[in-house]
Design a protein around this ligand. Structure first.
Ligand code: NDP
Ligand code: HSE
Length: 436
């Protein structure tokens, strides 16, 4: 049987999972791929631990370029992370004609245009199923299963760490720090967890999803990114009273004049399936013109779920190595020469509905002032609640839900509301999506 030789770069959470899956499921994988997929070299730090994990027969070292320079290796599996050394190694591997499998969404969101262009020149594959939503085959769904559709919009819970934190805080009353520590212990979090918490990891993934959905180059630098670190407990309570849950969503939407690409905490109706995705699970909702609404659900992070996606890519590589480049599935779902330079719209042009919470002095006319400002700015109100202040409490909260509008108008309205003498602190603004 033909053998595919793999150089595994990184033996951390994902790398050790890849090694384990390839070993445990070797026969099943061979029956599927028609090849024996074998790790022949591992590069990672801490060679004693590496040797203990991989046994005596595999070459090990600490220099990432050892894989590039090993002429016997067919495929580089990059599960090391980062965007500097990883970029150099991946480009060097491509230049040597090696196939590449990576779980590194940061790398592709930032350097994807360059990497895919070089890979195309060399006629090699760059497979990245694990880079978006861990174990969920969403890349395959977008590139192949939904190929008949013009995709209008997608929205996903695409960061396991933040979804885990939001779930633990709501269900178990854990503090933010305790929930984050659990996510790190379970191997969900990025090396720098601020990437998770501040929405950057989700934006990396949303960038790739948008490119595959709409056939546009990756445009991470144009994405609007807002994380979960400023969410307040009372907003979960008020959202619940209004029939909504708060999730960190990555959203890509096609508009006549461009695309929206944004990551932010979002209120979604609690009856939506997406609102009920808990823990480190991910889900991506995709709306196509022919198929309608579809939803893909599964584990978005962790050792074996992510390894499942990496190894699936290896099986694809094994199946497609002998197939001519032009007959393979394009990297970003559309043929490289058919990607269109459609711009990502500026954040103040996004269109969505809003949840606003204003702390106000409990005095006559405040609500009227706020609603007048919203009316002046052309923002239509959908619902209002006001908290009953405690006896003698000088302030209370007014919560407003608006109909869809342009962010620019809400910004203008918030500026005017915050200038009112009866509004002593900043207005909290969260976005709302109905997803129907
Ligand atoms: P880990 O930190 O657990 O593993 C990375 C491994 O690579 C470590 O063993 C690390 O060594 C080694 N390494 C890092 N830099 C170098 C270097 N310059 N030379 C040699 N070895 C190096 O990360 P993960 O396994 O969690 O993630 C790997 C990739 O997969 C990342 O791109 C991540 O975004 C992505 N990913 C992770 C998921 C997850 O659930 N964890 C899910 C989906 C994607 P050391 O420990 O000494 O730093
Ligand atoms: N840190 C990421 C997450 C890993 O929490 O989802 C999976 O990409």
């Amino acid at each position: 049987m033909k053998e595919i030789k793999v150089g595994l770069l990184g033996l951390g959470t994902v790398g050790s999972g890849v090694f384990e899956v390839l070993k445990n499921n070797a026969d099943e994988i061979s029956r599927r791929s028609g090849c024996r997929i074998r790790v022949t070299r591992v590069v990672s730090r801490g060679l004693d631990a590496v040797r203990k994990m991989v046994g005596p027969d595999i070459a090990i070292s600490e220099d990432p370029f050892d894989i590039v320079n090993d002429p016997a290796i067919d495929v580089l599996v990059e599960v090391m992370g980062g965007t500097t050394v990883a970029r150099d190694v991946v480009l060097a591997a491509i230049a040597r004609g090696k196939q590449v499998v990576t779980a590194n969404k940061a790398l592709l969101a930032v350097h994807g245009n360059e990497i895919f262009a070089k890979a195309r020149e060399q006629g090699v594959m760059v497979a990245f199923e694990a880079a978006v939503a861990g174990g969920i085959p969403i890349v395959k769904a977008l590139r192949e299963g939904l190929a008949a559709n013009r995709i209008d919009m997608l929205a996903g819970i695409i960061n396991g760490t933040t979804n885990f934190i939001l779930s633990e805080m709501r269900d178990k009353g854990l503090s933010f720090d305790a929930a984050l520590a659990d996510a790190q212990r379970l191997g969900y979090a990025e090396a720098d967890p601020t990437f998770d918490i501040e929405g950057v990891d989700a934006a990396h993934k949303a960038t790739l999803l948008a490119s595959m959905a709409f056939g546009v180059p990756v445009q991470f630098d144009r994405a609007y990114i807002e994380g979960i670190s400023r969410l307040a407990a009372e907003d979960f309570t008020y959202a619940g009273r209004l029939g909504y849950r708060i999730k960190l969503l990555g959203i890509a939407r096609r508009r006549a004049d461009g695309i929206e690409l944004r990551v932010h905490p979002t209120l979604i109706p609690e009856r939506r399936l997406l609102a009920n995705v808990e823990g480190a699970m991910n889900a991506v909702w995709v709306k196509g013109d022919a198929v309608g609404e579809t939803l893909y659900y599964g584990p978005g992070a962790g050792k074996l779920p992510t390894a499942s996606a990496v190894v699936a890519d290896l099986v694809d590589v094994a199946r497609m190595t002998d197939v001519a480049d032009e007959h393979r599935v394009p990297y970003l779902a559309f043929r490289q020469d058919q990607l269109q330079p459609v711009p990502v719209l500026p954040a103040d042009q996004m269109e969505t509905a809003y949840y606003l919470r204003a702390q106000v002095r409990d005095e006559p006319g405040v609500l009227a002032d706020i609603t007048r400002i919203l009316a002046d700015e052309g923002v239509s109100i959908d619902a209002v609640i006001q908290r009953q202040p405690a006896e003698g409490e000088p302030t209370t909260d007014i919560i407003l839900m608006t109909h869809r509008t342009v962010e620019q108008r809400i910004d203008a309205a918030i500026g005017r509301i915050e200038a009112l003498p009866s509004v002593p602190s900043s207005v909290v603004r969260l976005r709302v999506e109905q997803l129907n």
